[in-house]
Design a protein around this ligand. Structure first.
Ligand SMILES: [Zn+2]
Length: 342
């Protein structure tokens, strides 16, 4: 009887020990980079003259990134188009693929369509050193399954022109892999005021998903109205509005948002060592690192006080926010060690 009591006590002690150690192991990948509530992408389509003359500078003044979907044909009538694209790229903007000549890709021969896609991609990669050219936008939003399958070889997403439902901007917006090639967008045109843009930002903050905006040309006293124009004053106010949401939302590019979302959903964390003084975990990746190489934000519940976080011999910067610790790891980090205070 006495022995049995001892056995039970032992089991209880083991359970208590396990529960406390398991509690210390709550390590997760944040839904979005820097644990922001949602992701927002400003996209400018077609590489219109006002993109080079106005938008690149406005973005730089506001210190905001954006994705430019470039139609190569339009660069022929502009001076210094690629020099300005290189400047935008250096400022953190994405220079992405919108074909050579902007055709309806479903109405032409598939080989011609492939040439429209790969030809533009090659020019954008050759003209902008380091440009991975991972994002695509369908001319006029027209797509089919053959095109999506082809795009998957070199592009990690594609955007159409369909508008999203404001109540459906949640994190699980991808039901199957093809959905990354059917991204929706809110068109900003004359009647869409900066206030309406602010409403959309509130919807995505609440929903937690990805919101993309599509903008065409910008007009001012020196730049005549091009295709689907909004005044420069509007653009500036919209950028101010977006900027004001930067604490809650990740303002980023199409490639970065879709890299992170896919990496988060295809990466596992495995604890390999756990003691009172430290926890070591391994990161298991399943995606191709040449296309999916965004840093990940790790969240750790604040069960114990942390002294240091290390990858190999290097210390990782961490922040204490509310009831968790937060830190970023490079996409190729293999093992991470968390060292606790005594
Ligand atoms: Zn277009």
């Amino acid at each position: 009887m006495k022995n049995k009591f001892k056995e039970v006590a032992k089991v209880i002690l083991i359970i208590i020990f396990l529960t406390t150690t398991i509690k210390a192991q709550e390590i997760t990948i944040a839904n979005w980079y820097e644990n922001k509530s949602g992701a927002v992408v400003l996209s400018f389509d077609d590489w219109l003259p006002s993109h080079a003359n106005i938008v690149v500078n406005q973005l730089e003044n506001h210190q905001l990134p954006a994705t430019f979907f470039v139609t190569i044909q339009n660069t022929k009538y502009q001076k210094n188009a690629f020099i300005i694209m290189r400047k935008a790229f250096a400022n953190g903007c994405e220079i992405a693929n919108h074909t050579l000549t902007h055709p309806d890709l479903t109405a032409i021969d598939i080989e011609k369509a492939k040439n429209e896609i790969l030809g533009a991609r090659k020019i954008l990669m050759d003209s902008i050193p380091g440009n991975p050219c991972l994002s695509f936008s369908f001319p006029m939003g027209v797509k089919n399954n053959d095109l999506i399958q082809f795009l998957k070889i070199y592009h990690i997403n594609a955007r159409g022109i369909n508008a999203p439902n404001e109540n459906n901007l949640n994190y699980n917006f991808i039901k199957q892999a093809n959905d990354y090639y059917k991204l929706e967008t809110v068109r900003i045109w004359r009647v869409v005021t900066p206030k309406k843009v602010g409403n959309w930002l509130d919807y995505v903050t609440k929903g937690g998903g990805l919101l993309t905006f599509m903008i065409h040309s910008i007009e001012n006293e020196n730049n005549p109205a091009g295709w689907d124009p909004i005044p420069e004053k509007y653009l500036s106010e919209i950028l101010d509005t977006v900027k004001a949401h930067q604490n809650q939302l990740w303002i980023t590019t199409m490639a970065k948002a879709t890299q992170y979302h896919q990496q988060k959903n295809n990466t596992q964390i495995k604890i390999i060592k756990n003691s009172n003084s430290s926890t070591k975990f391994k990161i298991i990746y399943t995606l191709n690192a040449t296309m999916f190489n965004h840093d990940l934000t790790i969240l750790l519940s604040k069960e114990k006080e942390i002294k240091a976080i290390k990858i190999g011999k290097n210390n990782i910067v961490f922040k204490e926010i509310g009831n968790h610790y937060q830190f970023n790891i490079p996409y190729n980090a293999q093992k991470v060690e968390i060292i606790y205070k005594n």
